[in-house]
Design a protein around this ligand. Sequence first.
Ligand code: GLU
Length: 441
Amino acid sequence: MTIVRWAPSPTGRIHLGNARPALLNWFFARRNGGKYVLRMDDTDLARSTREFADGIEVDLAWLGITPDLLVRQSERTALYDEARDRLIAAGRLYPCYETEDELSRRRARARAMGKPPIYDRAALKLTDEDRAKLEAEGRKPHWRFKLDGRPVQFTDLIKGSQTVNTASMSDPVLVREDGSYLYTLPSVVDDIDLGITHVIRGEDHVSNTGTQIEIFEALGGSVPIFAHHNLLTDAEGQGFSKRLGSQSISDFRDEGYESLAIAIMASITGTSLPIEAYGSLEDIAAKLDFAMISHGAARFDPVELDNLNARILHAMSFAEAAPRLAAYGVDNEAVWNLLRENLRKFADIAEWSKLVTGPVEPVIADEDREFLVAARELLPAEPWSLETWGQWTDALKSASGRKGKRLFLPLRMALTGRHDGPELKSLLPLVGRKACLDRLP
Ligand code: GLU
């Protein structure tokens, strides 16, 4: 059974860059009939809040994803403690007492000597006596994982064969001085405990994967299959970041974008699939194969989002729109089918529906007044159909000698108050004779 997880850190609301792994994981689970775990990586108590976590759940639901299971790392500390103790017993986790200052001086020294600034494992040489002395001075240890220091090889579902050489890395700190955990260990412990089969995340985690594979092995867990996707950047090529205050998913929702448009942009950008109005997340899940994810950056284009949003609305069926249309007083399928082509955002329907229900402010140029008075007189009797417009304008053409734009534009300006908009042939029967008379001089 395929089990994936999306593991946001609730230190802010999610942005487009976070939505990408949220969706790619879901597509993968869907394609394989698997399960989707939402894991809140909230071990950083100083920056994580319950409010952000709740907001992320709302955002995920808005995108159209309901997780099969929700877990919070803050509620699973006992598991991490147990893993920590096992690693200590196995000699893979060792206490270190250096301060940040000492470490940065050591790194500077290493650089000056032309050596890589990796941790020198000085703490491994401490005797029990040294440690007792340091602790008597009031120092508390942080704990580092002793890497094997070897080329860690794995086959990435997106990037193919990968090698991370942990010999060129510092032994990572897994436990802070205050006993709290950094992300690295809890993530592995949870992946083992929850039976995660595939870890799908951004390519900024490739080197973590090298470290984490060693931890999986040290804990005797089975190593999941990894897939690292390219990262989404904004139009200027900058990565999205909560700290930089990138536009959040909830901002897009508040601006009236369709959740499907956001989901398509977040997932299809930077793949070989075209950006188009897919009908649903299922539809994308069926089409998007990981082999289609490009190896270069995925650049988000806000203009493309606007166009896509419009295309989704233009293709939206009345059945789909109806529950939302009630708020705008639109309950007629023909009205929706006619007006939807003009929408850029759903809420635009408020303005466009006035063409049918009024009020409309007719625009009448002086030189057209006489022509429009004649138009009023020639307006056919009801019942009206799709033929009415043709009958009316044919009669007007003969009576006035006008044709083309000079014939049609004054009618449009009077009946709708604007020079663009839906086909008048279809609009006319929806407006009805009485309202048309009110708009003509
Ligand atoms: N909380 C991590 C992040 O947001 C999760 C990375 C992972 O998927 O393991 O980057």
